[in-house]
Design a protein around this ligand. Structure first.
Ligand code: NAP
Length: 452
């Protein structure tokens, strides 16, 4: 007879509803695999009058989440409410009452993870968060368990389906940003207020979690340099495509491998670049071909080499699948009395730090609107040259507006602070009109071979 694990669910909207349905479908299968039966005993929601059409008894619903978080008969609490205020209180209350907690709440984990993991440890329980990053892709488990013997040399993520849908449609259908966003909203891929997605914050929360897990020191959301895709010009998508590049909103987590080796010969894996911005990828790279609402994470480990994880990044079923995986882990931990066997987060590089954006080096795409007259290019090249910034190629697309023409420059590896300085000076030239457009390029060059 399988042991019964009693679960209290707080929040039963898109993901919670998906979880209840998935458990009804595959609960028996999981019980036979785990030797433990996962049973949702109580569900807290805000509004009892909503018609939910779920395969559970109406009597198990309540509006009193506290009664679930403190109920001695509940072994595990699943928080699927969202937000960072009440949800934090819900999780802390459950942990303090000796219950392990499962959450899909990336904003909360990124902002308050350190505090929540400490509280879990203090109470001898665990906090599981597989569903907080990349929906149905088991990336937390991959990093925490599958790649535990690797140092992460670099990690790239396409982590927001809404942005990826918008960028895919802009490239493939020639839609402008506003039209692509409106379509995403019509199809239910984007919220009425799309700021969290299109301004990059949702991706930044996920990047922060992946960086913390990979490098062992906690990365707060305000440390992640974040730029979104709002207002991206279709012109740049088209010009970049003609040069063999595709736009993605890319989360990048990579240590500065060029940092000098310390006196004892250890290679410091810090500072770590943790950034989110629209990025140009060579169109033959596998990540450039992740389209629509799909997510992908590319992780290079020093032992395994390059690995790729791909799948649906959001939605009721995909996210429920990740919560089921956490439920299975938590149920096994209860069954084997081993909460903390795989701690949710183990600090191990506590003096690690996030790299300042000014010192981050990468190639750039630059688009200027310039006066079509001799000497213009020489002025621009001289400003770049004075700052040691090299031009790798130049491209002058058609599109005269009177005596003004677009000019696209591809820039060799340069520091961000140098590029900012250059753009300020270039913008002041009387032959340059409007704000220059600057986009980072990720060439995925092979990593330097490092001496041990
Ligand atoms: N949706 C996705 O695709 C997705 C993907 C990955 C992660 N997530 C994360 O999963 C979490 C849940 O997202 P969701 O899309 O399922 O949200 P949702 O559809 O808005 O559902 C939220 C649920 O919380 C309940 N709730 C709100 N305040 C409550 C309170 N004070 N007490 C008890 N219940 C309360 C709501 O009750 P009512 O039903 O009565 O309103 C609703 O059932 C969020 O952290 C989100 O970031 C979502």
């Amino acid at each position: 007879m399988a042991e019964k694990v009693s679960v209290g669910l707080i929040g039963c909207g898109v993901v919670g509803g998906g979880l209840v349905r998935a458990l009804s479908r595959n609960g028996a299968l999981m019980a036979s695999r785990l030797g433990a039966q996962i049973s949702v005993e109580r569900i807290a929601v805000r509004d009892l009058s909503k018609n939910r059409d779920l395969p559970v008894e109406p009597a198990i619903f309540t509006t009193d989440w506290m009664s679930i978080a403190t109920d001695p008969a509940i072994h595990l609490v699943v928080e699927l409410v969202g937000g960072t205020d009440t949800a934090r209180e819900m999780i802390l209350t459950a942990l303090r009452h000796g219950k392990s907690v499962i959450t899909a709440n990336k904003a909360l984990i990124c902002e308050y993870g350190e505090e929540l993991f400490e509280e879990a440890e203090k109470n001898g329980v665990n906090l599981y968060y597989e569903a907080s990053v990349a929906g149905g892709i088991p990336i937390i488990k991959a990093l925490r368990e599958g790649l535990i013997g690797n140092r992460v040399q670099r990690l790239y993520g396409i982590l927001n389906g809404t942005c990826n849908y918008i960028l895919t449609q802009m490239k493939n259908k020639g839609w402008d940003f506003d039209y692509a966003l409106a379509e995403a909203q019509r199809l239910g891929y984007a919220e009425a207020d799309p700021a969290l997605d299109v301004d990059g914050h949702d991706t930044a929360h996920k990047a922060g979690i992946l960086a913390s897990l990979s490098y062992g020191f906690w990365v707060r959301p305000d440390q992640v340099h974040t730029e979104g895709i709002r207002g991206l010009d279709i012109l740049d998508i088209q010009f970049a495509a003609r040069m063999g590049y595709t736009f993605k909103l890319l989360a990048m987590v990579k240590p500065n491998l060029a940092a000098p080796v310390s006196q004892n010969g250890a290679r410091p894996f810090s500072p770590v670049q943790v950034t989110v911005f629209p990025t140009l990828l060579p169109e033959d790279h596998v990540l450039a071909n992740v389209n629509g609402v799909f997510n992908a994470v590319f992780v290079q480990g020093d032992v395994v080499g390059e690995t790729l994880y791909y799948g649906p990044g959001a939605g009721a079923d995909a996210t429920a699948s990740a919560v089921l995986s956490d439920l299975a882990d938590a149920a096994l931990d209860i069954k084997c009395d081993s909460a903390g066997r795989v701690p949710a987060f183990t600090p191990h590089e506590e003096d690690g730090e996030v790299q300042d954006i000014d010192s981050v080096v990468c190639p750039f795409y630059l688009r200027l609107q310039v006066m079509d007259r001799p000497g213009t290019m020489a002025n621009i090249a001289s400003i770049l040259g004075d700052l040691n910034i090299g031009i790798s190629s130049m491209f002058q697309p058609e599109g005269h507006e009177g005596d003004r023409v677009p000019l696209v420059l591809m820039i060799h590896d340069a520091r961000h602070d140098a590029m900012r300085e250059a753009l300020k000076k270039i913008g002041q030239l009387d032959v340059v009109f409007g704000d220059p457009v600057m986009i980072r390029v990720e060439p995925f060059d092979p990593l330097p071979v490092l001496a041990d």
